[in-house]
Design a protein around this ligand. Structure first.
Ligand code: ADP
Ligand code: MG
Length: 457
């Protein structure tokens, strides 16, 4: 089944390069994907006025992009929060038809199903690196031997590191090699929406359909299970589905942004069950893997990516592969738009800075440094100096981190700005702050304060 969030996120990626930055941010970026109803993608905007603008100016572009990604999605409907539920109630019809991958007659439709998994998310297109070796190996084993050794398989990682890609890869693999296997992929959010609809409509028929759908699959994949936190009724329903499938030796695969033991606010009995099989994580990829991934994506786009440009992109997006792909897409688009070859760091910098012009126009690196100095009450001479006292080193690292976050400035250039430091020093400073942001609540507040001050100047 197509996951509406992933589908929309891919569409957004494409729209972000065809629609002007400002219009994109105002009209497209904030649209919420709701669900699919009979082949239409339903998107929610905040008001009737916004809906009118989007309908008249952007709907055609959205439709075009959406059907270019998957030809079975033929329409797009923009709705508003008050009407959203009507669509959620209707969505089961589409799910019923699209939910299963099977070529036999067990499912509703009699014709062979189109593969519902994203074509490009295959094992072949997944680049192996130190950061994902175990997760990849586990997924391959499960695809070859569902319900076997690793059940349930629990995969966790930060965002944009390949969990959904791996689930689709398993789906694609089974679709091709074992077409009789019923594979069901749902995001935890979809599961919840379906359940809400079942509860609300109090229809026995719908309830039976829901149970049948989940209990008759051979492989159940639940993406982003952290979404179930605080959703008691859905956890309860999932608990029963889990038990039935597990005891029937059906394969269950779950992804999450945290390990089972860190999902502390999820029901204990679910957490315990998640740990019964194999738990694997995906780490942030190292530089070498990031470059290999970029080369792989560029090859898919038939774009010749020079080593310099690959390095430049890989340096500027370190912890999220989706973000890295976004930068590559922009370069590819810019190159075709201007009909020019982009093969050096400088050209790449130019190409990318064009797309973030609005940001660049309002903030530059010296604004960031100035704000950080004021905040910590130190002088600019100090922050650029070689001084190593804690009260200078910390603001310096934070300033560097913020510059890398906010501006598309090459690391080498940042190093030069900070008293001729090497770009590896810049990387170190940035990563150190990023790491502290994860563990130290105080750092979170400092950085959030500073960002606020900088972006509201
Ligand atoms: P998550 O579900 O963990 O948030 P995704 O699976 O959506 O992440 O991955 C984000 C993007 O990064 C996708 O386009 C995916 O193809 C790509 N990606 C992630 N890891 C790899 C990898 N090892 N090789 C190739 N592409 C990858
Ligand atoms: Mg995902």
């Amino acid at each position: 089944m197509i996951n509406v969030e992933d589908f929309w996120s891919e569409a957004k990626n494409k729209l972000s390069i065809t629609i002007q930055t400002i219009s994109y941010e105002v009209w497209i970026d904030k649209l919420q994907p709701v669900c699919f109803v009979d082949g239409a993608l339903i998107l929610c905007t905040i008001s009737q006025t916004a809906k009118r603008t989007i309908d008249s100016k952007y709907l055609d572009s959205i439709k075009e992009v959406v059907s270019s990604i998957n030809s079975s999605v033929t329409d797009v409907v923009i709705t508003t929060p008050d009407k959203k539920d009507e669509f959620i109630n209707k969505q089961s019809v589409f799910l019923e038809h699209e939910g299963f991958v099977t070529t036999d007659n067990r499912s509703v439709a009699s014709q062979p199903k189109k593969c519902p998994f994203l074509e490009k998310y295959t094992f072949e297109n997944f680049v192996e690196g130190k950061s994902n070796t175990y997760a990849l190996a586990a997924c391959r084993t499960v695809a070859e031997e569902p319900g076997g050794r690793y059940n349930p398989l629990f995969i966790y990682s930060g965002v944009g590191l390949g969990k959904t890609h791996l689930l689709h890869a398993i789906g694609n693999f089974l679709y091709k090699n074992s077409p009789r296997t019923n594979v069901l992929y749902v995001s935890a959010e979809t599961l919840m929406n379906e359940l809400i609809s079942v509860i609300r409509n109090k229809s026995n028929e719908e309830n039976n359909r829901f149970r049948e759908k989940y209990r008759s699959c051979d492989v159940l994949m639940i993406d982003d299970v952290q979404f179930l936190i605080g959703k008691d009724a859905t956890q309860e329903a999932f608990f029963h589905i889990f038990n039935d499938l597990y005891h029937a030796n059906k394969q269950i695969i779950i992804t999450s942004d945290k390990s089972p033991k860190d999902l502390t606010t999820l029901e204990e009995r679910l957490r315990t069950r998640f740990g019964w099989g194999l738990t694997v994580d995906i780490q942030s990829p190292d530089m070498e893997t990031r470059i290999a991934i970029l080369k792989n994506k560029a090859a898919q786009l038939k774009f010749t990516l020079s080593d310099d440009v690959a390095e430049f992109i890989a340096e500027n997006a370190t912890s999220n592969i989706r973000e890295m792909e976004g930068l590559l897409n922009k370069i590819v688009f810019f190159s075709s738009l201007t009909n020019s070859v982009i093969n050096t760091r400088e050209l790449a910098y130019e190409a990318l800075s064009d797309f973030i012009e609005d940001k660049k126009d309002t903030v530059d690196a010296s604004d960031i440094v100035e704000t950080v100095c004021k905040y910590f009450n130190i002088t600019q001479a100090d922050i650029f100096s070689k001084k190593k006292t804690k009260n200078i080193v910390e603001p310096r690292m934070i300033a560097i981190y913020l510059i890398t976050e906010i501006l598309p400035m090459p690391l080498v250039q940042i190093g030069e700005m900070f008293g001729g430091r090497d770009h590896t020093t810049v990387i170190h400073a940035r990563d150190k702050v990023a790491e502290e942001l994860r563990s130290d609540p105080k750092m979170k507040i400092i950085v959030a304060d500073l960002k606020n001050m900088i972006l509201k100047r």
